[in-house]
Design a binder for this molecule. Structure first.
Ligand SMILES: Nc1ncnc2c1ncn2[C@@H]1O[C@H](COP(=O)(O)OP(=O)(O)O)[C@@H](O)[C@H]1O
Ligand SMILES: [Mg+2]
Length: 448
């Protein structure tokens, strides 16, 4: 709702202050704008009995919870519907009454699995200590190594991110985002619903594509979208020069993710671990690979709130054992950005920097075929350097303008072409199970 419409509704409400239906429309508008304080002010003098329908009572409860009025929210969320019970659970959590909250949560989910909310669940159950030996009905995993990995290091490897990234920070890739929402985030957030329909869940997703096109960014954004903690593990960091140490580290990382659900556990450059033998610089210990596969298989049976993602620039170098059911059994191609995507990425990268009144991002987008997102970032960084230089020379702030961007463009070369050439060969001659069909589609659409 735009400002003008909201203002005229508020004026209308001023003229007929007893119009409850109108009041609730304005309340919802304030909630949409993230202004719960303004929303609850409208409830002044209203009780649950003044709101005859459940939806309105729930909307009121939601506003009260957002504004810190959990106690009053309980009065509004008092019916036995799944939505209302979920709101009760939220309010009870805020009031420190977790046992009752857990009960309300369980009732809501048993009535309608679609209302499941993993982050609320994690918070409601957070204080329940795990039974000694960890993990109730979770299959026990054998740690193959002596486990002397120090806490400090696991924390460094898995430290959650300070600022969550979301899909809004990722330019282009609309179709991929849509797939991720449907096939990854939804089953992850609503496992009970999928189980009811006997849909298999669990298993990891492997993102592949040319370097610098947003695999890591997208994994991070996927975590942000489901409100999950993001554990970014670079395989190179896990590999340890001491034989046996790496397995312990790997186990500790999986455990850390399990104890911080909901979580996204992201393995970057997975080929370093599961590389086919002929691609190996040195043999990674076979034990490390089997430890990794055992951890993944354990997750496939009970992945309780942990989503496993992997990424690689060289999918053809990944051991096929990694792609069996329950492991990285789904793959997702992350293509180089097309022209509109490049314009969008430029917009994101230029955000918050001093800019000339008009910037022709579309012109740059049109002249950067074959550039990855990282290449575009390179252009923008170079442009920023040039603008700083110019500012120092002029003794005054010189914003980034078209001329500066064009100069920067000359200094950066596209990097995705080489990858696409290699990928085309694998797609043509080693396309087992159609695993590179998306690459072929992309080349057919954009290739020469
Ligand atoms: N689709 C995109 N939207 C916005 N920025 C992008 C995009 N793709 C790449 N970038 C920029 O390039 C950088 C490198 O991307 P990254 O996700 O690390 O690539 P990859 O993991 O595929 O090698 C990102 O930090 C970001 O600044
Ligand atoms: Mg990456």
């Amino acid at each position: 709702m735009d400002d003008a419409t909201l203002k005229s509704l508020k004026d209308a409400l001023g003229a007929s202050p007893d119009n409850t239906a109108l009041k609730m429309i304005v309340l919802r508008a304030f909630m949409d704008r993230g202004q719960p304080g303004e929303a609850v002010a409208l409830l002044d003098g209203l009780g649950p009995d003044d709101l005859p329908n459940d939806d309105d009572r729930n909307a009121a409860a939601r506003a009260l919870i957002a504004a810190g009025g959990a106690e009053t929210a309980l009065d509004f969320a008092s019916v036995e519907t799944p939505e209302s019970l979920m709101l009760r659970a939220r309010a009870l959590l805020d009031l420190g009454r977790e046992p009752e909250g857990r009960e309300a949560y369980a009732r809501a989910v048993s009535m309608n699995a679609a209302v499941e909310d993993l982050s609320l669940k994690a918070r409601l159950f957070a204080r329940e200590a795990e039974p000694a030996g960890g993990g109730g009905d979770r299959p026990k995993l054998r740690v193959i190594s002596n486990d002397n990995t120090d806490e400090e290091e696991v924390h460094r490897l898995t430290a959650p991110e300070a600022e969550p990234v979301t899909f809004a920070d990722v330019g282009g890739l609309a179709a991929v985002k849509d797939q991720i929402r449907k096939k990854i985030i939804l089953p992850f957030e609503k496992p009970a619903l999928f189980e009811k329909f006997r849909k298999r869940i669990g298993g990891g997703i492997l993102l592949y594509g040319p370097p610098g096109c947003g695999k890591t960014l997208l994994a991070r954004a996927t975590a942000g979208e489901c409100g999950a903690q993001f554990f970014n593990v670079a395989i190179a960091d896990v590999l340890d020069m001491y034989i046996g140490e790496s397995e312990g580290k790997l186990h500790a990382i999986f455990e850390a993710a399990r104890s911080h659900t909901p979580a996204v556990l992201f393995f970057d450059e997975i080929e370093a671990l599961g590389g086919k033998r002929q691609h190996h610089r040195e043999a990674t210990s076979a034990k490390l690979v089997s430890q990794f596969l055992a951890e993944m298989d354990g997750f496939a049976k009970n992945n309780s709130g942990v989503l496993v993602l992997g990424a690689t620039n060289v999918p053809w170098a990944v051991d096929p054992a990694f792609r069996r059911p329950g492991r990285f059994d789904r793959v997702q191609f992350i293509p180089p950005p097309d022209r509109p995507a490049r314009a969008e990425i430029l917009g994101i990268l230029l955000r918050g920097r001093p800019l000339a009144a008009s910037i022709d991002a579309d012109w740059i987008a049109g002249h950067t075929s074959g550039f990855s997102g990282a290449d575009l970032e390179n252009i923008v960084e170079t442009a920023a350097d040039l603008a700083i230089e110019a500012s120092l020379e002029a003794g005054d702030e010189v914003p980034i303008d078209d001329a500066i961007l064009k100069r920067a463009l000359k200094e950066v070369k596209p990097t995705t072409l080489e990858w696409l050439t290699t990928a085309r060969n694998y797609a043509r001659y080693a396309n087992e199970g159609g695993q590179y069909d998306d690459v072929l589609d992309f080349l057919a659409k954009h290739g020469k």
